[in-house]
Design a protein around this ligand. Structure first.
Ligand code: 4NP
Length: 153
């Protein structure tokens, strides 16, 4: 089972989500992440994201930003988008209904949204913003894990 986390730059939210989910899922799951823009392609995650993950015992320093591709929509089983504009951009890449069905809003899939379905972008915030986003991602990844590991009846 292959899971892809997608945000805008692939240096803040989706690298954190990748790090968290890959830590808590069994080894037969593959977790990767990508961005809808290629501005940061080849870069490691934002220093503040690396530091926040490290504070929680997760090493994301080896990850590298890459743009999401049409191939990803064939290759992955579930594609979780960090906000609505990312979701719309990824949906626009889908070539058929089978691919569209794989694409979901991350918070909606986790059933973990209040006023809106967007994971706030911490890029313009300080470390406190990264910590808040980490905790939201962690809680949501636990819910997604339960969903993924519960057999469908
Ligand atoms: P991310 O955050 O989508 O969570 O990786 C951002 C990273 C970079 C930019 C915006 C958001 N940027 O505009 O460069």
């Amino acid at each position: 089972m292959k899971i892809l986390m997608v945000c805008l730059g692939n240096i803040c939210r989706s690298p954190l989500a990748e790090g968290i989910l890959s830590k808590i899922l069994p080894e037969n799951f593959t977790v990767d992440s990508a961005g809808t823009i290629s501005l940061h392609e080849g870069e490691h995650p934002d220093k503040r994201a690396i530091e926040t993950a490290k504070n929680h015992g997760i090493d994301i320093s080896g990850q590298k930003s890459r743009p999401v591709t049409v191939h990803d929509l064939q290759n992955f089983d579930h594609i979780y988008c960090m906000d609505l504009s990312v979701f719309e951009d990824v949906i626009s890449l889908a070539q058929n209904e089978e691919q569209r069905k794989k694409i979901a809003l991350f918070l909606e899939e986790a059933g973990n949204y209040g006023e809106n379905t967007d994971v706030p972008d911490p890029y313009w915030s300080g470390m406190d913003g990264f910590e808040k986003v980490f905790l939201l991602l962690e809680e949501s990844c636990e819910k997604i894990k339960t969903k993924l590991l519960t057999p469908k009846s």
